[in-house]
Design a protein around this ligand. Structure first.
Ligand SMILES: Cc1cc2nc3c(=O)[nH]c(=O)nc-3n(C[C@H](O)[C@H](O)[C@H](O)COP(=O)(O)O)c2cc1C
Length: 205
């Protein structure tokens, strides 16, 4: 059940490109107190075509793409190497809003990933340094030891970087903005990348 009042969304007043609208909606989500508005679902497929899904944090968004960071040896990184296509989904429940993106994914170069890594808090850098994301963990004490050791390393060397930190950029081919409305009159606007720019379509709910 959607709570009222929900924000209004007039597609005829939407900009010609999705990025400014994303920024406007993101700022609106922050203002509205949406919990973790930067958390987004990331869908990938493995080499057998089987889908996979998890939440990741949006690291940056520009007109060039939406960035997220992860362990370079994680299942999602392997999937993105095998099939460099993905989908992202934001759900801002408090506002009845959803944003969906689909498109090719590229991995950022090492210097850009290193810059992103250094911008993180020490605890987050240490967690990345520990690595082994999604490998079976036999003993939590082993994790605690590895984390303490990694934290000591990042504290001793704030410029330390690691190839384990991978930064990916999804360059959307489509971006859909979904605004829930009472009476199921939901408003949907989909942008599609074309050679000449972006086209826009409203969709049946
Ligand atoms: C709110 C939230 C934010 C998260 N952010 C990240 C992230 O930015 N990068 C990441 O690798 N995992 C993040 N995770 C953990 C992932 O959901 C997932 O457990 C992990 O990346 C392993 O995924 P994989 O086995 O599909 O590679 C986050 C989880 C939550 C709930």
């Amino acid at each position: 059940m959607l709570r009222e009042p929900l924000p209004s969304f007039d597609p005829s007043a939407a900009p010609g490109e999705p990025f400014p609208l994303f920024l406007k909606w993101l700022a609106g989500a922050v203002r509205c107190g949406v919990s973790e508005p930067h958390a987004m679902a990331l869908a990938t497929v493995d080499r057998e075509g089987r889908p996979d899904l998890r939440i990741v944090a949006l690291r940056d968004a520009t007109a060039d793409g939406w960035a997220f960071a992860t362990d370079a040896d994680s299942p999602k990184s392997r999937q993105l190497t095998d099939c460099p296509q993905a989908a992202l989904g934001f759900h801002w429940r408090e506002q009845g809003r959803q944003i969906r993106l689909r498109g090719p994914v590229v991995r950022a170069d090492e210097a850009t990933a290193a810059e992103d890594f250094r911008s993180r808090l020490p605890g987050s850098r240490a967690a990345t340094l520990v690595g082994r994301q999604s490998e079976p963990l036999a003993d939590r004490a082993e994790l605690a030891g590895a984390y303490a050791e990694a934290l000591a390393r990042v504290t001793a060397d704030p410029d330390l970087t690691t190839p384990v930190h991978a930064l990916f950029l999804l360059r959307p081919a489509t971006v859909e903005f979904w605004q829930g409305a009472p009476g199921r009159g939901h408003v949907r606007l989909r942008y599609t990348a074309a050679a000449t720019g972006w086209t826009r379509d409203q969709l049946w709910p």
